[in-house]
Ligand binder design. Structure first.
Ligand SMILES: [Ca+2]
Length: 191
């Protein structure tokens, strides 16, 4: 009888230890999941950080600057997620790369880019109003025919003459050209 009691006691203890161990593993898994979620949140915060201070072009080593390139149709796009420059310097960067600041010529193209760059910092597009009237916007690559302004934009006629995309909405806004924004270039695919 005593041996039986000892055996039952031992089994109960082993069961309790097993439960305790399972709890520990469950807690570890929860902690790891929380850590991963925190990493993702931090990443989004970094990616959506809209630093509007322009870095002078001469301070940027274009050969090594981080860029993310992706093809779509007959075009290739390159996005510079950590480079914040004035509109003029952005167009210069794109021309040195072989293209222009991005033009967006259809809803299809707009939807594609919105999916790629959603939750990223806002970026310049090659849409500029040299007339200062808010009615003379033209693409630097000579294309045209499609607009996707945010409601109420373009505004501040004669002050905000350069186009950008609000990445979160995928809609366009005009802004003073000297502000720093990220760069999105577009060129024909080199075959
Ligand atoms: Ca505006």
């Amino acid at each position: 009888m005593k041996a039986l009691l000892i055996l039952i006691g031992g089994l109960a203890m082993a069961f309790a230890i097993s439960l305790d161990t399972n709890d520990k593993y469950a807690k570890m898994e929860m902690d790891m999941a929380t850590d991963i979620e925190a990493d993702i949140e931090a990443d989004i915060e970094i990616n959506s950080n809209n630093n509007m201070t322009a870095t002078p072009l001469e301070d940027i080593d274009l050969e090594y600057v981080h860029k993310e390139c992706f093809p779509w149709g007959i075009h290739e796009y390159c996005y510079f997620p950590h480079t914040s420059v004035s509109w003029g310097d952005a167009e210069t960067i794109c021309q040195r790369w072989g293209g222009h600041l991005v033009s967006i010529n259809s809803k299809h193209e707009r939807d594609y880019l919105h999916k790629r760059l959603y939750r990223r910092p806002d970026y310049w597009i090659g849409f500029v109003d040299n007339s200062g009237t808010n009615t003379g916007y033209q693409w630097t690559d000579g294309s045209g025919g499609f607009t996707f302004w945010h409601g109420g934009q373009p505004d501040l006629r004669g002050q905000q003459m350069c186009g950008r995309v609000w990445a979160h909405h995928g809609t366009w806004d005009n802004l003073q050209c000297w502000h720093g924004q990220r760069v999105l270039c577009k060129q024909f695919l080199r075959i």
